[in-house]
Design a binder for this molecule. Structure first.
Ligand code: UT7
Length: 348
């Protein structure tokens, strides 16, 4: 495993200077003290992903040339298309190897979904070295005005990576992965514009929404209308409390599902790595599952919510800190936009 976070630390006080918010509000509601922002023009999700991948390769004892397949999870890609998988391949200098590259668009649960895909490829004997990356550069796409404060204060930049290989020991490795989704609430946490929807979904749901499209039957003319620009409709939108309520229900469910499928209980769990959405969510999940402080790793205080990167950064950090030892039962769990949620249980 490896992770990379940009050098620049952005404190709550710094945000308070440009947005009507406060260190007190942010810490009380989210637990976040600071987050990192990448260097504009110099860092991107794929460049940060490559930085994390280089560390992971070195620790796995392989050269990037030995990577058989790349899976890249992000919601803040360098480009709308192509995906970051091919960009990281190029960044690592292995484009000439022509190994496959796949992007996963599952937001907060993206890394766990990506890990599950890697697990299937390795288990089936198709590939030996699968590079899995979760990386985000949120700072490029947030609304730095008071209008967007409920979303903007939460998110940070960073990347985490893992090399998934076959284990020589049948008792160690990924025991199971559980993947779930419920598209009913797709718009509750979404980045809707620009897009090819033309208002379709919301209008179907009976929620008329004016994106400012001109009354015209012509195609291909507009991605962002002046109205979208004016109203900041091109920023992420989140109904925080709604998402919160769903998250605290689904996190414990998917963790228990993983443990029970492996014939284990919460008492067997050495380390839970929850997606770092909000410290209050992690604390609620911890309490609900009856876990003690040593069984849960949180770092949202220092990095904010890094979406697809949060699970691999937290996992890598916990391992580097010596909190995860060989043979430990480790559970990764995530919930987010989609809604999608997932867990991965492993014996380290
Ligand atoms: O990672 C993907 C999944 N995402 C999540 O799981 C996020 C889940 N939701 C949350 O973490 C929380 O809902 C938030 C942190 C986003 C918001 O916290 P909240 O306690 O649910 O606050 P709220 O949205 O209900 O807003 C409460 C008040 C409002 O003011 P009024 O209407 O009571 O006067 C907001 O305008 O707090 C206000 N507010 C803020 N005040 C200062 C919202 N954002 C801010 C802010 N600073 N940044």
């Amino acid at each position: 495993m490896g992770y990379y976070v940009p050098e620049r630390v952005v404190t709550n006080d710094e945000l308070s200077k440009i947005i009507d918010t406060s260190d007190e509000w942010i810490q009380e509601r989210t637990g976040i003290r600071e987050r990192r922002y990448g260097r504009k023009h110099e860092e991107t999700p794929s460049s940060m992903g490559a930085a994390a991948a280089r560390i992971a390769c070195e620790r796995a004892g392989i050269q990037p040339e030995e990577i058989d397949f790349i899976i890249f999870a992000t919601l803040s890609p360098d480009y709308y298309f192509p995906g970051c998988g091919v960009l990281v391949q190029r960044e690592l200098g292995i484009a000439n190897r022509e190994a496959g590259a796949l992007d996963v668009r599952n937001q907060c649960s993206g890394f766990v979904y990506a890990l599950s895909i890697a697990d299937q490829f390795v288990r089936s004997g198709t590939y030996k070295n699968v590079l899995v990356i979760g990386s985000e550069m949120h700072s490029m796409g947030l609304d730095f005005t008071t209008r967007g404060r409920n979303v903007t204060v939460i998110f940070g930049d960073g990347a985490g990576a893992a090399i998934i290989q076959p284990s020589g020991d049948p008792d160690r490795g990924i025991l199971n992965t559980k993947l779930h989704a419920d598209g009913t609430y797709a718009e509750k946490l979404a980045f809707i514009n620009p897009g090819s929807h033309g208002g379709y979904h919301l209008n179907k749901m009976g929620e008329e929404f004016d994106y400012g499209y001109p009354p015209s039957d012509t195609y291909g003319e507009i991605f962002l209308t002046p109205k979208m620009m004016e109203e900041g409709q091109y920023y992420p939108n989140m109904e925080g409390q709604f998402v919160f309520k769903y998250a605290v229900q689904k996190f414990p469910e998917v963790i228990k599902e993983a443990l029970s499928d492996a014939g284990l209980t919460t008492a067997d769990l050495n380390m839970l790595i929850p997606h770092q959405a909000n410290l209050r969510i992690s604390q609620f999940v911890q309490k609900r599952l009856g876990l003690n402080d040593d069984q849960v790793w949180n770092n949202i205080q220092r990095f904010g919510n890094t979406t697809a990167a949060s699970v691999p950064i937290a996992l890598c950090e916990a391992w580097e800190a010596g909190k995860i030892k060989d043979g430990d039962i480790v559970c990764l769990a995530a919930f987010g936009s989609g809604f999608t949620w997932a867990s991965a249980l492993m014996r380290w």
